[in-house]
Design a protein around this ligand. Structure first.
Ligand SMILES: CCCCCCCCC/C=C/C(=O)SCCNC(=O)CCNC(=O)[C@H](O)C(C)(C)COP(=O)(O)OP(=O)(O)OC[C@H]1O[C@@H](n2cnc3c(N)ncnc32)[C@H](O)[C@@H]1OP(=O)(O)O
Length: 325
């Protein structure tokens, strides 16, 4: 066990020193679609880990396209038998000089910040802004149903993943951003009081679905979840740690290296026993959704189509638009 741990540590620490380099070296491989970049590390034949970086400007919201690309990338990793661990993080930390594109430019792409070379950039300090509000506002019931099916799919795949999943939370993580994090086996958050995490749905006038509520209860306990869900609490790092939304808070520049060293410990555990234990802990919660997926989709589509809910979302979007920087 100790030897396996040391060996896994060596692989991961080597991986850590290379992460972020653009070129493929010594077995480091990468694949990318438009919104998700995946870098895998480790020599051929050895245990490898993958770092999945979100890059859906401006705020890594979970648009339908992003959800689709996320699931495809995850499936690729699940099917690669040499990969045992995956780290979810935002690609948003590297920043150049940026200019905000004029507010009069309406399309999703144009809303993003661009660097001086005109390339789209994410805003700094955002893990994920959660579900894409524009997928839930001003569309038709068929679109809402399609969108919700994709949200369910991502949650189920993450929650039941046989991989060891960890999130390296390097920015704000409201609602659906928190969903991504709490599906993981371990969460490490950057110690920056500007970053908050939690399920804030009630502040938007909407309600977290029962399966997300169950995931929250499983993570922080019934009483804490009851209070945090009603109040829509977004916890700064120290409070998130205290309540158990995250497992560790570390200085911002150590989030990746710390996640890699914790991953090494998890990968020292035999996969079959860890996976069976994970399934034992999570199956009942996931089954609750699996047995009523269609009803949950219909429930969402009719709930989100209500005039009162659309009005709440409209007000929330306006508030976001007009908030002071
Ligand atoms: C019963 C069953 C029923 C079920 C009932 C339904 C249950 C649904 C569960 C819902 C889960 C969710 O995730 S709901 C989503 C919750 N998410 C949130 O509340 C996050 C809202 N966003 C923020 O707080 C902030 O934007 C934050 C992420 C911290 C970044 O702040 P910044 O100052 O850096 O950036 P901002 O200027 O605010 O945002 C940049 C631009 O991105 C847009 N933007 C920000 N968040 C966005 C988002 N989630 N979706 C789309 N667009 C977003 C803003 O409007 C801006 O657009 P322009 O002004 O045009 O540039």
């Amino acid at each position: 066990m100790a030897m396996a741990l040391r060996a896994a540590s060596r692989v991961l620490l080597r991986a850590g020193s290379r992460l972020g380099r653009r070129e493929a070296v010594d077995g480091a491989r990468r694949f990318a679609n438009k919104r998700v970049l995946v870098e895998t590390e480790g020599a051929a034949g050895a245990t490898r880990i993958a770092v999945m970086k979100f890059r859906n400007p401006p705020v890594n919201s979970l648009s339908l396209d992003f959800l689709t690309e996320f699931v495809i990338s995850l499936e690729k990793l699940e099917n690669d038998k040499s990969i045992r661990g995956v780290i979810l993080t935002s690609d948003s930390l590297k920043r150049g000089n940026q200019t905000k594109v004029a507010a009069t430019e309406k399309t999703e792409e144009k809303r993003a910040t661009r660097d001086h070379g005109g390339r789209l950039q994410e805003r700094p300090g955002i893990f994920s802004a959660g579900l894409d509000l524009l997928e839930m506002y001003g569309r038709n019931p068929a679109h809402y149903a399609e969108y919700w099916k994709a949200v369910q799919e991502l949650w189920l795949r993450l929650y039941l993943s046989s991989l060891t999943l960890m999130s390296a939370i390097n920015g704000a993580s409201p609602a659906g951003g928190c969903l991504l994090a709490i599906t993981c086996d371990y969460r490490i958050m950057a110690d920056n009081p500007k970053y908050t995490i939690g399920l804030n749905e009630s502040l938007l006038g909407i309600v977290a679905p029962f399966w997300l509520k169950d995931n929250y209860v499983n993570t922080i306990g019934h009483r804490a979840a009851e209070r945090a869900l009603q109040l829509g609490t977004l916890f700064p790092p120290a409070e998130a740690l205290k309540v158990g939304v995250v497992d560790e808070v570390v200085p911002e520049d150590q989030v990746h290296s710390k996640t890699l060293s914790v991953m090494a410990k998890w990968l020292a555990i035999p996969d079959h026993s860890r996976q069976l234990t994970k399934t034992m802990m999570r199956k009942a919660t996931a089954d609750n959704l699996i047995k009523q997926r269609e009803a949950d989709i219909q429930n969402f589509a009719s709930f989100i189509s209500r005039d009162s809910i659309q009005k709440s979302l409209h007000m929330y979007l306006e508030k976001l638009k007009h908030k002071k920087g």
